[in-house]
Design a protein around this ligand. Structure first.
Ligand code: ZN
Length: 597
């Protein structure tokens, strides 16, 4: 009996299909939502008697091998390997039956396995592993979790793994290909992972295909990942997916987080459907991987600006794949790891219930800092949203999002259908009008040109959001890019002209002419621009409040009291901030000073 026949006899199509769909009994057979095409009522049928499947919707049919080949994107020999491994079958694969790529792959996997063994032994070693064990204990990670995620430790020297691989007779060139070893200029091999907690990255079927490492010392690279290799294409894998897959299917939901420790902490607290993209922006392949098991994808990212930005990109990517995600909010400055430790799995469940619809998240974020009364603000924010809407291929979904966008921005939906044309016209019109900069904006730019060094002082204040409200934002951003930290000058200004619109170029020219002799009095400049920033901040606050008011109106129209309440709270925060600014510089005093001038 050949291998194929052996596998066929040991496995039922029910076992294999259950890896990918939820089966419901229906007479002698089983039914499920088809994994090959999207549908709302089940037309995918599994027939145990014939050991085959058939879909009455898309007409795909086949046996256990076809099922695995299609679902895992594998060749036939690879599908056999997959089944043998997945179901632990007592079947010997004969030589010559493997795919042509297999022996090379096997050698690479073997090298990774030897490395994993070494890293795990280090962690358990009484002397070597002590720092690492203490670190993990301090982060509240249990022995069982260490076991589940096969965590290890790379000791802090240059040849610990190298020596181990030599002893184990591992081909060192392969270890270099995998990024386990690096090579110095004089050709000497060394350990790439040093002084790091090691997280093995597993394929869907549980093979060790790469490693991630977090430094326990002062390495400036906090995290280090294996490079791309024949085994590892980071955009196609998700950290924790092997451990989470069954739970994603069971719960019908996947929670996407940012970091290794987020995944690990959530799993430890029983939220086992958490996975993470591997130190990159979410990719289409990763969305597809999740989508095979669920339509309910939640993003649970850090509550800082970087996290919100990443969540926005994630939402865009998921929407583009015709899935509508939800976004969980762990509070300003929070992260999932801390959150689950503080609030437990119930707290996380609550956040799931409160999660914001992904498209609404996108709308709200793009409207932040937008003044609905200013057409160019509105247009920029609209563009951001419509860029995503236009990538959605399902016409009904696209139409729905178009309608919601029009509602939120209070524009006629017909304009959005004809947007490309409208945008071109608006741009052309804008390029003829001069830039309207406020007196404080002008004063700030003049100081900046006269004394570029002040940028050091104010760079942290020039947040994207703040710069975004300035008419000269593009000019300012280009200037900031050209600032040289060591010379305190703007460099390569010659190249700036072609990056500016006509009105921006005119403004810069005018500013350069009107800027007096470069002043050397740094302190004088600093105190001058302080007033400018106060006025920027006040403007930003006004913008925010105006924008929130318009969002409150939308939420009221949508009869969404929760959202209304949330927005009201946000608004009162901004109102308080505004009060603080005024307290520092009371309005009447400012008026008095202005009249003295
Ligand atoms: Zn189908």
């Amino acid at each position: 009996m050949d291998t194929k026949e052996q596998i066929k006899r040991s496995l039922s199509i029910v076992d294999v299909a259950s890896l990918y769909v939820r089966l419901k009994p229906s007479g002698k057979n089983f039914k499920a939502l088809c994994p090959f095409h999207s549908e709302k009522t089940p037309s995918f049928s599994v027939m145990p008697e014939r050991n085959t499947f058939h879909c009455f919707g898309c007409h795909k049919s086949g046996d256990i091998f076809t099922m695995v080949q299609e679902m895992e994107s594998l060749s036939f020999p690879e599908a056999m390997d997959f089944l043998i491994e997945r179901f632990n079958l007592p079947v010997e694969r004969r030589k010559g039956e493997g795919g042509s790529q297999r022996p090379a792959m096997d050698a690479l996997l073997a090298a990774n396995n030897k490395a994993l063994h070494h890293f795990r032994a280090n962690l358990l070693d009484e002397g070597e592993g002590e720092t690492a064990r203490r670190y993990l204990a301090e982060r509240g990670i249990t022995e069982a979790t260490i076991e589940t995620f096969k965590l290890g430790y790379a000791v802090n020297n240059w040849d610990s793994l190298l020596q181990h691989l030599k002893r184990e007779k591992v081909n060192l060139a392969k270890a270099e290909t995998l990024g386990l070893l690096g090579k110095s200029k004089d050709g000497r091999l060394y350990d790439r992972f040093r002084g790091r907690i090691v997280f093995p990255i597993l394929s869907e079927s549980g093979q060790v295909i790469a490693f991630g490492g977090r430094t326990l010392f002062d390495d400036p690279a906090k995290y280090l990942n294996s490079p791309e290799s024949p085994l590892f294409h980071k955009s196609r894998h998700l950290y924790g997916f092997h451990q989470a897959r069954e739970h994603i299917r069971e719960t019908g939901r996947a929670i996407l987080v940012e970091g290794y420790f987020d995944v690990i902490a959530l799993h430890q607290f029983g939220i086992k459907n958490a996975v993470a993209a591997l130190g990159t922006a979410l990719s289409g392949d990763q969305v597809h991987l999740l989508n095979r098991f669920t339509d309910d994808i939640l993003l649970f990212y850090d509550g800082d600006d970087a996290g919100i930005h990443a969540a926005l990109r994630g939402v865009e990517c998921i929407l583009t794949h015709n899935v509508s995600p939800r976004v969980m909010d762990c509070g300003k400055g929070g992260d999932p790891d801390d959150f689950v430790r503080a609030h437990g799995p119930r707290g996380v469940e609550e956040l799931v219930t409160l999660a914001e619809d992904g498209f609404r998240f996108l709308l709200n974020r793009s409207m932040e800092g937008m003044d609905p009364r200013r057409p160019e603000h509105k247009r920029n924010a609209l563009e951001q949203v419509m860029r995503v809407v236009e990538t959605i291929t399902d016409p009904i979904v696209q139409e729905e999002y178009r309608r919601r966008t029009a509602d939120a921005f209070q524009v006629d939906v017909r304009h959005l259908s004809d947007r490309r044309h409208a945008t071109a016209t608006a741009k052309a019109a804008e390029s003829r009008e001069p830039l309207l900069v406020s007196p404080s904006e002008r004063e700030f730019l003049q100081s900046l040109l006269a004394c570029p060094k002040i940028l050091q002082e104010v760079r942290s204040l020039l947040r994207d959001e703040l710069v975004g409200i300035l008419a000269s934002r593009n000019l300012l951003r280009r200037l900031m890019q050209r600032y040289n930290d060591s010379t305190h000058c703007f460099e390569a200004l010659d190249g700036i002209w072609k990056e500016l619109s006509d009105p921006e170029a005119a403004l810069l020219q005018e500013l350069q002419l009107s800027t007096k002799e470069p002043e050397t009095d740094y302190a004088a400049h600093c105190s001058r621009i302080q007033g400018c920033f106060l006025s920027f901040q006040e403007r930003l606050n006004k913008e925010r409040i105006r924008e929130i008011n318009s969002r409150i109106r939308v939420a009221e129209r949508e009869e969404n009291p929760k959202e209304v309440l949330r927005l009201m709270q946000q608004k009162s925060q901004y109102l308080r901030q505004k009060y603080n600014v005024s307290k520092e510089e009371p309005l009447d005093q400012k008026g008095a000073r202005e009249s003295v001038r």
